[in-house]
Design a protein around this ligand. Structure first.
Ligand code: COS
Length: 384
């Protein structure tokens, strides 16, 4: 068993680390205050191939493997979780879903523009009454000749107001739950399609979160992704990729919390010595280190399964659950080690803490991940 990254993975790690530390990390506090990061950053990342890491080169991607994708999310997540969230949605939830379920024409139409950063994508699944219960979407898709008319509302949509294209999940037969779901690739400039920024989030201030409103949005049947009735499967398979991105980003957060804490603990003097010399501080540092190593190995295990083209639902849920909780625990311990300074935005722990809190909520709560793992273990579903 070889735990080391290969040459290609090391190269992308080194390049993205340098980029993130120079172009993202020094600005992330300002972007948090401004509640946005510059759109240009995505063009730059697109040019460098960081927006289409696992997408084949024939569709404008970089053509690397899933471990490389995780490495990119970890490095960007280390620098700024808002940027990482934007990237995860673009790459994992949108590009990989088009790659898996799209027609050849759809792939060639959307993927090069998404990989280059010219277009931004979002994933329109969640609704006011359909969060964990994703099969309960109420957005209606009504057939109208060769077209479809879409009406409904989506909430908590990352990249929601920035997006040029949105994957919209809708219901064709109310009451049929997941069996009637369908997905479409919708141009956000279509008549009847509007979006509005959501404010007041605890963290991820610099990432765009929006509500989408669809009022009889007309889309041609050629905009359909997959078959009628496959919408739920498409959403779930997309989340197998999206959750992997969240897990990888959380490894970056957990590592950042650890690095900041080791640095601070060696500098901060109390009782005439660095607080790093106290065993109770070392206890926290050791726990943080164990969290980082275990989280990263779980991500790589899920990536290894993905690289073989196998279904990754269970290893991804395990990684998503553990990494989200590990990031939260590390961010919290980083605040504890920094004491009063950890409570101030002069230092990094408070932003890490705010930004990673959502990791055990979005793309499936920690409870949903455990229920998926529990169902696999027992063969008994809590959802029937
Ligand atoms: N990939 C492909 N297909 C999948 C799948 C996956 N990962 N998971 C489920 N499916 C398929 C199943 O095979 C089943 O197909 P058939 O009807 O042909 O047998 C169908 O989808 C229904 O699956 P299941 O019975 O598992 O559906 P449930 O309603 O029980 O699913 C959970 C329940 C909780 C697992 C699901 O609704 C879920 O993950 N919810 C969380 C949603 C979420 O993460 N929301 C946040 C979105 S933020 S972007």
């Amino acid at each position: 068993m070889d735990f080391s990254l290969n040459e290609e993975q090391l190269m992308i790690q080194d390049a993205v680390r340098k980029f993130s530390q120079a172009q993202i990390l020094p600005h992330s506090r300002d972007w948090d205050h401004a509640q946005a990061f510059p759109r240009d950053l995505l063009y730059k990342m697109g040019e460098l191939g960081y927006l289409g890491v696992p997408v084949p080169e024939e569709y404008g991607g970089t053509g690397l493997d899933y471990i490389s994708e995780a490495v990119v999310f970890e490095e960007v997540g280390y620098a700024d979780s808002s940027v990482r969230t934007t990237l995860s949605v673009q790459m994992s939830l949108v590009e990989l879903t088009i790659l898996k379920w799209g027609t050849e024409e759809q792939r060639h139409h959307y993927l090069p523009k998404l990989c280059s950063g010219e277009w931004i994508g979002c994933f329109g699944l969640t609704e006011p009454d359909a969060g964990s219960d994703a099969g309960n979407v109420a957005t209606l898709a009504k057939r109208d000749g060769d077209d479809w008319l879409l009406s409904g509302q989506k909430v908590w949509i990352s990249n929601g107001t920035w997006a040029d294209v949105s994957i919209i999940f809708a219901q064709t037969q109310p009451g049929s739950k997941h069996r009637g779901m369908v997905a479409f690739l919708v141009d956000t400039k279509s008549p009847g399609f509007t979006s509005r920024k959501m404010h007041g989030k605890l963290g991820l201030h610099a990432s765009d979160t929006g509500e989408l409103f669809l009022d009889n949005v007309r889309v041609p049947d050629s905009a359909r992704l997959g078959e009628v009735g496959e919408g739920f499967k498409i959403a779930m398979s997309a989340l197998d990729n999206g959750r992997y991105g969240v897990a990888s980003g959380c490894v970056g957060t957990a590592q950042r919390a650890l690095d900041a804490s080791v640095h601070y603990a060696k500098e901060r003097i109390a009782f005439s010595r660095p607080i790093a010399s106290f065993q109770l501080v070392q206890d926290m540092l050791a726990q943080m280190k164990v969290n980082v190593e275990a989280a990263r190995l779980l991500v790589y295990q899920a990536g290894w399964v993905k690289n073989q083209g196998k279904t990754s639902t269970i290893p991804v849920s395990i990684a998503k659950y553990f990494c989200a909780e590990a990031a939260k625990q590390n961010a919290d311990m980083a605040i504890q080690i920094h004491g009063g300074y950890g409570y101030s935005d002069e230092y990094i722990p408070e932003r890490l803490w705010r930004d990673c809190r959502v990791a055990s909520l979005y793309e499936g709560t920690s409870q949903i991940q455990k229920l998926i793992i529990g169902r696999d273990l027992t063969g008994i579903s809590a959802f029937e």
